[in-house]
Design a protein around this ligand. Structure first.
Ligand code: ADP
Ligand code: MG
Length: 691
């Protein structure tokens, strides 16, 4: 296979070149922006009496002992004496030439991490040189790398990139004062410094990124992110979408509103208004609707769909799982069919005939509303005139899938409006940074009449008490969820866990219908189990995490989560949100087991504590961000997205604020520099960011 698809005559890439490519280090500027993780100090020698365990040290001394130890692991043991102390050097692989260099009496210079232990100070596989050579004049950078790409190669490549990269300043210097940055720290200066810091710099300021050179880089990175998102928003503003204006008193919208068994909350009314205004414009909407679990997002989606259908266009609603899509379908049919709407239905598990019928309904435009899973974005699906795409639990979908749904509009000239829904609220700082290109609507209050869910953390040893509680709820006619975690990447084991609990509960609860739901079941089986639970015949539902999103059974009043310590915080909150949907008092029991450990780890304890202390999705999200940090929190957005490498939206909030303000100014007053800035920082990734 040719290594480079670019040109048949191109030379095959070497291993390190391939590795550079894998890291995305293609252009000189990419290399220049590949910044060190940390530095090693080869500018000085230290005395063994002064070194501390864990630090990397460079020492010179004389070899006083050397032996090859056999048995177990063959290893070369060398004792180094520098006059202030001794250190044991340990090598598990070594050549005869190395052995010679390490002979007794030789003076050598070694560098490596100091370890303690009962043999005294030790270094494993230190770098060995002859003593007396020149010392480095700058700190030695250590870069993030991958297998097959040695630091020395990477260092040379970075230095070459730095020399060749075009680094003219793009940020007008008058804007730098606001963040206290001296203009002398221009991009070139900052980068040269970070790749070759002077030996007298305070290492701490490099390590914690507080050094002005780092500030400059972080400010630039945040500015690139904000500019790119603002560009994509402005590009979108140039596109055209169907105008879906409201249609008076006898419209579907008004009739649906009148037929609902409840009144919209003030928060729902507000977001319905926001969406309604957006889709009545000829610019494609990109709006994120966030609201806690149970806040009532579905009805908001249904009203947006109604407005779309009133204008004579089709609407699609895509959900990440078959169960969730089924629920949406049932609910929307219940609301809209009586009003004369044909709702089509598309999933992967459909029979061929049904599927063909549905495709025909969609293509002819007879089905004004289409509900389904990923099946909606397959090639065969042709809408007659799609104007509004609604994506539930949007974080479950990748960028490519969102793009595909947008591409479903028949005409090249228009884009559909896009409404994305999420029950995982995004803390403000993250929303401002990562979702700056979206408009956000928030349902910030639950429908009335809900009693807050009481959450308890219970040791696994007390599960009998939990079962007693289940009996009690069953007597009151209530239903119960019991959720088991993914224990490991081993479906068979996970399944056994759920199956065992299912058996236990069946034995403990004679006469009660106890169901089991897991990911290995066929869609039809799943559907059958779900419908027994939704219909109320099934008292207890044992499940792996397949029920996580969106399921709505108001009569369920108790949620038991097995091995709660293994779940992430937002997932726990989502699961808990399955109960507390009716007027009855509801509870959530977080069962935990410490395994062989005496107690739970710090992070797990923090998560469970947060669950007990708060029922509020926004507060939970804030705590989650605190516990996990923004990188992981945003993990779901993943590849191609504007992940920040250097800046941290929480600790660098002032820089983010600055970037947010500067972005529109730059685009208006210095458009060429703005474009250059985005290209430099995001290069080939920008296409993806427009999704
Ligand atoms: P989520 O925001 O988690 O998707 P749902 O849309 O599933 O929430 O709504 C949860 C439940 O609340 C549903 O049973 C829904 O019919 C009900 N509901 C929605 N809005 C209201 C309201 N304004 N008053 C009373 N119940 C409501
Ligand atoms: Mg929902």
């Amino acid at each position: 296979m040719p290594q480079s698809p670019a040109s048949p005559t191109a030379k095959p890439l070497t291993g390190p070149q391939r590795a550079l490519r894998k890291l995305g280090l293609l252009r000189p500027i990419d290399l220049a922006l590949h910044l060190p993780l940390r530095y090693e100090d080869e500018t000085r020698l230290v005395k063994l009496r002064d070194v501390r365990e864990g630090e990397t040290a460079q020492v010179e001394g004389r070899v006083t002992h050397a032996e090859v130890k056999l048995g177990g692991h063959r290893q070369l043991l060398v004792t180094l004496d520098d006059g202030s102390g001794t250190c044991l050097l340990r090598f598990f692989t070594f050549y005869p030439s190395q052995q010679k260099a390490l002979a007794v009496g030789n003076r050598i210079r070694v560098r490596g991490e100091i370890r303690g232990g009962f043999a005294g100070l030790t270094m494993m596989h230190p770098v060995v040189k002859l003593a007396g050579g020149e010392l480095a004049t700058a700190l030695t950078p250590v870069y993030p790398t991958v297998a097959g790409l040695p630091q020395t190669y990477l260092r040379r490549a970075v230095q070459a990139g730095l020399a060749r990269a075009e680094l003219a300043d793009t940020v007008p210097s008058q804007y730098l004062q606001a963040i206290g940055l001296h203009p002398s720290w221009d991009l070139r200066q900052a980068l040269s410094f970070l790749h070759n810091p002077a030996s007298d710099v305070l290492l701490d300021t490099l390590q914690d990124h507080s050094h002005p050179a780092w500030q400059r880089l972080k400010a630039e990175e945040l500015l690139a992110q904000q500019l790119s998102q603002l560009q994509s928003r402005r590009a979108r503003d140039q596109l055209r979408a169907p105008t879906l204006t409201g249609a008076g008193a006898n419209s579907l919208f008004e009739r649906l509103l009148a037929a609902l068994p409840f009144q919209l909350t003030a928060a729902q009314q507000r977001v319905v208004g926001e969406i309604s205004q957006d889709i009545a414009r000829s610019i494609p909407m990109h709006r994120l609707l966030q609201g806690d679990v149970g806040a009532g997002k579905t009805v908001v989606a249904a009203l947006a769909a109604a407005q779309c259908m009133d204008a004579g266009w089709q609407c699609a609603l895509m959900a990440p799982t078959e169960i969730l899509a089924t629920q949406h379908f049932a609910k929307l049919v219940g609301w809209l069919q009586p009003l004369g709407v044909t709702v089509a239905w598309l999933t992967g598990s459909q029979k061929a005939k049904e599927r063909r019928d549905m495709l025909a309904l969609i293509a002819s435009g007879q089905a004004a509303l289409v509900v389904g899973t990923h099946a909606l974005i397959q090639d065969k699906v042709q809408f007659q005139k799609l104007a509004l795409a609604i994506i539930d639990e949007q974080h479950r979908f990748g960028v490519a899938q969102r793009l595909a749904l947008r591409g479903k509009l028949g005409s090249q000239l228009q884009e559909p409006h896009l409404l994305m829904m999420t029950a995982t609220p995004i803390p403000r700082t993250l929303a401002m940074s990562y979702y700056a290109d979206l408009d956000v609507s928030t349902i910030d209050a639950l429908p009335p009449g809900r009693t807050p869910i009481v959450t308890k953390v219970v040791n696994d040893a007390r599960r009998d008490e939990v079962i007693a509680r289940i009996r009690d709820q069953l007597v009151q006619g209530r239903q119960i969820y019991w959720v088991c975690p993914l224990i490991e990447e081993n479906e068979a084991l996970d399944l056994r866990n759920a199956t065992e609990i299912h058996a236990q509960l069946r034995a403990a609860l004679p006469g009660v219908l106890v169901g089991l739901l897991h990911s290995r079941m066929a869609p039809l089986e799943k559907k059958a189990v779900m419908s027994l639970f939704v219909g109320g015949q099934m008292g207890v539902l044992v499940s792996t995490t397949v029920i996580e999103v969106g399921v709505d059974v108001p009569n369920a009043s108790l949620m038991v989560i097995e091995h709660a310590e293994r779940f992430g915080l937002s997932q726990l909150h989502q699961l808990r949100g399955r109960v507390g949907r009716g007027a009855a008092a509801s509870a959530c029991v977080l069962l935990y087991a410490t395994g062989d450990a005496p107690r739970l780890g710090e992070a797990a304890r923090e998560r469970l504590k947060a669950m007990v202390q708060s029922n509020d999705g926004f507060e939970i999200a804030r705590r989650d961000l605190e516990i996990r940090g923004p990188g992981e929190f945003m993990g779901a957005r993943q590849s191609g997205d504007a992940m920040l490498r250097f800046a941290d939206v929480v600790t660098d909030a002032p820089l983010l604020d600055w970037a947010r303000r500067l972005a529109p100014l730059m685009l208006d007053q210095h458009p060429a520099q703005a474009e250059q800035h985005v290209q430099r920082w995001l290069g080939s990734r920008t296409d993806y960011l427009k999704a």
